[in-house]
Each structure stands twice: as structure tokens, then as C-alpha cells.
Design a binder for this molecule. Structure first.
Ligand SMILES: *Cc1c(COP(=O)(O)O)cnc(C)c1O
Length: 232
């Protein structure tokens, strides 16, 4: 009997955690369901997966709305680039937002978060490799951004998120994740913030991320299979 892809990912997480001498329960698996239909989310939810990540606002809101009656316990994470005219949908429908890269986006999310919901949990996205094509704040600006975001009442700042450029081999993959962890530690100390989250690691490099302290890995294709259209 072949292992379900979700179970195989759990096994990869457990092995990396063991290698890092970490409790595997300290690593949250985020199933990235972008481009896949609500029926696929329901199939994976039925296997026990509760946290799902989405990149496109309208696609996500359609899925969340369709699934909420049968699956009220699912946790939804927005992980893609966000335009300021779409912040309200994220503030209303999501539990987490990982890709804060401008203060204006954070301010809008805070103001638009419905009062009856708990604060939106957020991470600041750091452009750890300084790639022109990638979003995220430059590492040297992340501290000031963190302090400003932490002061917003509708948000709860949890930590940093990063998407390093692809690298071959475990040692090379670990480098940018180690930088992100060090940056998190520095910002937490300098600004007196409790930052318990490092959202880093995807299908191709989750082991390296876990070895460097990831608390949340965002895994799409290893769970759902290849996506039809290439994603930016
Ligand atoms: C698509 C995406 C992922 C998942 O990527 P896979 O390589 O399919 O695991 C993780 N994080 C972000 C921000 C993404 O856009």
C-alpha cells in the first residue's frame, strides 16, 4: 500500500524534527491548496489536515465560503501578495496573513478586521535573498516594520515569513533559513517582541527549514500534486 502524500509529508517533517532534536508537534503543516478546488481541500481535511494556505483572494474566498458549513474548524492562511483594494476580504475571511510587506496593508487589515473576530495573526514577509522579482521587506527594514505592525490593534504579530530562491542541496538551502531565524531573534530582542513563528520551508526544502527552526512549513505540490499553471 502506498503512503498517502499527506502522510508522506508528515513523515518528512517527523524525520527532520528528529534530526533537529525538535518536537514534531512544534511544527505546523500548512497545506497550500491554491489552484485546487474545494473538493480537494475537503478530501485532505477528511484526513485530519486543518490549516490551509491560499494565494489568490477571490479563489480563496469562494473556497472558504463553500467549505465553512461542513468544515467550520479549518484555519485559513493568506500567503500571497495582497493589493490594498483586497485587504477587506482577507481581514474578514482569514485567520492568518503571512505576507505583510507594506505598513499600509497592515494598517488596512487592522482597521478592517471585524470586532467580533480575534486579531488577525500576521507575519512580516522578508525578502531574504534581496531578489528584485520577489515581494517582502528588505531584512534591514524588517525591525521597524515589526515594531509598527505590533502596535496595530486588529493584528497580532507572530513572526517572519520568507521564500528564499531555490537552491540545490541541504547545506545551501539552510543558509537563508538560518538568516531568517537570526533576524527574528534580533528583532525580538531589540524591540521586546515575542515572535514565536518562522513561516519557512516548502515542498522542496522543508527539511532545511525545520533544521533551522521553522515553526510553520507551507507545503503545496507534495500534498496536492503539481499545479496546472506555474505560480509566481
Ligand atoms: C505556492 C506556495 C507554497 C507551496 O509551494 P510548493 O512548492 O508547492 O510546496 C508555499 N508558500 C508560498 C508563499 C506559495 O506561494
Amino acid at each position: 500500500m502506498s503512503l498517502d502524500p499527506l502522510a508522506a509529508v508528515h513523515q518528512r517533517i517527523a524525520q527532520a524534527a528528529q534530526q533537529a532534536r525538535r518536537d514534531p508537534r512544534s511544527i505546523c503543516l500548512l497545506a497550500v491548496s491554491k489552484t485546487f478546488p474545494a473538493s480537494e481541500v475537503a478530501r485532505v481535511a477528511a484526513l485530519g489536515q486543518t490549516a490551509f494556505g491560499e494565494n489568490y483572494v477571490q479563489e480563496a474566498v469562494d473556497k472558504i465560503t463553500a467549505l465553512r458549513p461542513d468544515w467550520p474548524g479549518l484555519q485559513w492562511h493568506f500567503i500571497g501578495p495582497l493589493q490594498s483594494n483586497k485587504t477587506r476580504e482577507v481581514a474578514v475571511h482569514f485567520d492568518w496573513m503571512h505576507s505583510i510587506d507594506r505598513l499600509k496593508i497592515a494598517q488596512r487589515l487592522s482597521a478592517q478586521r471585524p470586532a467580533e473576530l480575534p486579531p488577525l495573526q500576521v507575519c512580516i514577509e522578508v525578502n531574504v535573498d534581496g531578489e528584485a522579482s520577489k515581494s517582502g521587506v528588505p531584512p534591514e527594514q524588517a525591525g521597524a516594520m515589526a515594531a509598527a505592525v505590533a502596535a496595530l490593534p486588529g493584528l497580532r504579530l507572530r513572526g517572519l515569513m520568507g521564500i528564499p530562491a531555490p537552491r540545490q542541496g541541504l547545506a545551501a538551502q539552510r543558509q537563508p533559513f538560518a538568516q531568517l531565524r537570526a533576524l527574528r531573534d534580533t528583532i525580538a530582542a531589540e524591540h521586546g517582541l515575542e515572535l514565536d513563528t518562522l513561516s519557512m520551508g516548502m515542498s522542496a526544502d522543508l527539511e532545511a527549514a525545520i533544521l533551522e527552526g521553522a515553526t510553520m512549513v507551507r507545503v503545496g505540490s507534495a500534498i496536492f500534486g503539481p499545479r496546472a499553471k506555474p505560480q509566481a
